[in-house]
Design a protein around this ligand. Structure first.
Ligand code: C2E
Ligand code: MG
Ligand code: MG
Ligand code: MG
Length: 293
């Protein structure tokens, strides 16, 4: 009976498995082509300090421009890249591109600003990851005329809390080489507060689900307040993500949140458009015109 069951299952699943394998091969070929044909693209979203109203950083967000001109958001392809491990290769390209864009802005006379890059747990699990990052920063910042602009790495709360001994050692090495660490989507995972205090982190980013609902839902507002207090108690700065309205920005300012990011300031934009947002040596930052209040 058991054997027949197994037989039936195999017969049932086999054709679908072939389909699945074929689909994967096709998709994986698309990734190689995308890297060759420069179909991946970085957009940047500025982050503003509430106190000064100035742009204090830029987050790199990857996009996939298909040959037909449509653009896929990361939610559509990052999970696949992670499952297949191809995020390692693509992530390498993302880091290099972000640092090169940043160096180019500095060369063109804009004040250096840190750039934040999202890093997947699959990249962190690669044994050579930390050294690669350090080498890349040294290579790009070591180029003639380059400025040290600062790199930040964003990892999600669940990534930060998994395999804590290893992650914490990796993050310490990065920090010792001048790379700042931010915990992304904070509030959506499970944090051990004891671990959080030990991790070499400099920033917490409150997940946008709490920001989106904090004006209507008491619970969300309580969480936002608690995360801000927690961050400050630990000596970290805190960023609210997904800020879309002036009312949200005003509440966050009252709650002493340090920085905001979101459509209220700007939608993610290409590297060229970003220069309109960058402060230039000798004049005040364009952020002053965004009036976050
Ligand atoms: P994240 O790191 O939390 O990035 C913030 C996401 O919120 C971005 O979506 C951004 O476009 C969106 N966003 C920003 N402001 C607002 C707002 O005011 N309202 C709303 N509704 N959304 C806002 P995006 O670009 O689709 O990225 C989604 C997620 O994909 C990111 O979340 C990050 O986890 C991942 N991701 C993006 N780029 C990369 C990358 O280069 N590497 C890796 N590993 N993951 C990436
Ligand atoms: Mg992020
Ligand atoms: Mg986030
Ligand atoms: Mg998020």
């Amino acid at each position: 009976r058991r054997a027949r069951d197994i037989g039936a299952r195999v017969a049932f699943f086999e054709p679908r498995m072939h389909e699945e394998v074929a689909r994967r091969v096709l998709q994986e070929n698309r990734v190689s082509r995308a890297l060759q044909e420069a179909e991946f693209q970085l957009h940047y979203q500025p982050r503003v300090e509430l106190k000064s109203r100035r742009v204090v950083g830029l987050e790199a967000l990857v996009r996939w421009r298909n040959p037909d001109g449509t653009v896929d958001p990361p939610a559509l392809f990052i999970p696949f890249l992670e499952e297949t491990g191809r995020i390692v290769e693509v992530g390498r390209w993302i880091l290099r591109q972000a640092l090169e864009d940043q160096a180019e802005w500095a060369r063109r006379g804009f004040l250096p600003l840190p750039v934040a890059v999202n890093v997947s747990p699959v990249q962190l699990r690669e044994p050579g990851f930390v050294n690669e990052v350090i080498d890349l920063v040294a290579q790009i910042e070591g180029a003639p005329g380059a400025a040290a602009c600062g790199l930040e790495i964003e990892i999600t709360e669940s990534t930060a809390m998994s395999d804590i001994a290893r992650t914490s050692a990796q993050l310490k090495t990065l920090r010792d080489h001048g790379v700042a660490i931010a915990i992304d989507d904070f509030g959506t995972g499970h944090s051990s507060l004891a671990y959080l205090a030990l991790l070499p982190v400099s920033m917490l980013k409150i997940d946008r689900s709490f920001i989106a609902t904090m004006l209507e839902q008491k619970d969300s507002r309580t969480i936002v307040e608690a995360v801000i207090s927690l961050a400050h108690a630990l000596g970290l700065s805190v960023v609210a993500e997904g800020v879309e309205t002036r009312a949200q920005a005003a509440l966050l300012e009252r709650l002493a949140c340090d920085q905001i990011q979101g459509f209220l300031i700007a939608r993610p934009m290409d590297a060229w458009s970003v220069t309109a947002f960058l402060p230039q040596a000798g004049r005040t930052g364009a952020a002053d015109r965004t009036e976050a209040r």
